[in-house]
Ligand binder design. Structure first.
Ligand code: KIV
Ligand code: ZN
Length: 394
């Protein structure tokens, strides 16, 4: 499902806005080539991402061309470009996104005291600028997203005032960014709830949550915002993004799927495409995924200890809350190491085509433990070599 302008999604539908190609690429060193961006955009579209933020068209000729071509090739997703709060940026953004079947202009300005000090604008001057720029964007495009950057550190009365101005000027989505990853889940939820209670016209727009991960709480903060009424989550593949990154798409999508019992919301994401995208984004950005990263880390569905392996062999639900196949991974892995037990070794031997009697397995197990004490991980070839040595000695 997409969010064509002014149409509210079903109450339980959470729109997924992917900004891997914009906020993700702003991560120092993560620059992608034109062709890589097109490839990732195609994969995101195919996966069911509702809105793709394809870039920041005024930033460079290359970014403009990438956003334009992504817009031309888009199939189902809304294609969005970012622009600062000035007419030149907004015009350039529209020039790029207008080629999409469903274009969106995203314009923003920093509203917190620290951010207001940079352009040295008074509150009234900034309010006027918001009115002018959102009106201008809306005259070009009927799908306009507005963001008060650093919303979580903006005075509430001022935040409510400028959100109302943006809504009256025609914004269809209001994004609430935790730009510096400062908030905590309770605060994230409270702010969305207060905005919905206090801002006239709040019922006519979609609220988005955009969290950074500086305190490791981006996923929790995004989900808390959804529980308080936000219906768009802004996120990136592998949590790529400025500093400690953005909310990870795979985490919020799988949390909503796995904990649908307590968070009854759905997304349109085909979760079986998650792993493919994760690997591709890691490859093109050059940012490896940490082994223990939730959902997409190498160890997310791997179990080494004997107790866990035994449990997994009897019933996968013992130690896994989701199926690896649901995120595009072929299956659970039971790597052998010094913590592994007999059950896993027997299962490995069967998988490798060896039918060992109990006494043979017991002998092998002793030798395997000796080896595992010396090696971090014991591979299939190591085990085969152990069996062959054993057979040679017999
Ligand atoms: O983090 C942020 O505030 C942003 C805005 C441009 C939405 O990325
Ligand atoms: Zn951001």
């Amino acid at each position: 499902m997409t969010d064509s302008a002014n149409t509210a999604p079903a109450q339980d539908h959470v729109l997924i806005f992917d900004t891997t190609l914009r906020d993700g690429e702003q991560s120092p060193g993560a620059t992608m080539t034109h062709d890589e961006k097109l490839e990732i955009a195609e994969m995101l579209d195919d996966m069911g991402v509702d809105i793709i933020e394809a870039g920041f068209p005024i930033a460079s000729e290359g970014d403009f061309n990438a956003v334009k071509e992504i817009a031309e090739r888009s199939k189902n997703s809304v294609i969005c470009g970012l622009s600062r709060a000035n007419f030149k940026d907004i015009d350039r953004c529209f020039e790029a996104v207008k080629h999409a079947a469903q274009p969106r202009i995203h314009t923003f300005i920093g509203t917190s005291p620290l951010h207001r000090a940079i352009p040295n604008l008074s509150k009234d001057e900034m309010a006027e600028k918001i009115h002018e720029t959102v009106t201008h964007a809306r005259n070009l495009c009927d799908n306009v997203q507005w963001s008060p950057m650093d919303a979580l550190r903006t005075e509430h009365d001022y935040l409510f005032r400028v959100i109302e101005i943006a809504i009256k000027a025609g914004a269809t989505t209001i994004n609430i960014p935790d730009t510096v990853g400062y908030t905590i889940p309770r605060e994230s939820a409270d702010l969305i709830a207060k905005i919905r209670e206090n801002v006239p016209g709040a019922d006519e727009v979609i609220f988005a949550t955009h969290c950074h991960n500086d305190l490791g709480m981006a996923t929790a903060n995004s989900l808390a915002a959804v529980e308080a009424g936000a219906r768009q989550i802004e996120c990136t593949i592998n949590g790529l993004g400025e500093r400690a990154g953005n909310t990870a798409l795979e985490e919020v999508v799988m949390a909503l799927k796995v904990r649908n019992d307590t968070m009854p919301y759905r997304t349109g994401i085909d979760t079986t495409k998650i792993m493919g995208l994760s690997r591709r984004v890691a490859a093109v950005s050059g940012f490896n995924v940490q082994f223990n990263k939730a959902i997409v880390g190498k160890n997310a569905f791997a179990h080494e200890s004997g107790i866990h392996q035994d449990g997994m062999l009897k019933n996968a639900e013992t130690f896994e809350i989701m199926r690896p196949e649901d995120v595009g991974i072929a299956g659970t892995s039971l790597p052998l190491g010094k913590h592994s037990g007999r059950a896993a070794l027997r299962s490995k031997m069967t998988e490798l085509g060896f039918d060992l009697a109990d006494n043979q397995l017991n002998d092998l197990f002793v030798r395997f433990k000796e080896l595992a004490d010396r090696k971090k991980e014991v591979f299939d070839d190591d085990i085969i070599a152990l069996v062959q040595v054993e057979a040679g000695q017999a």
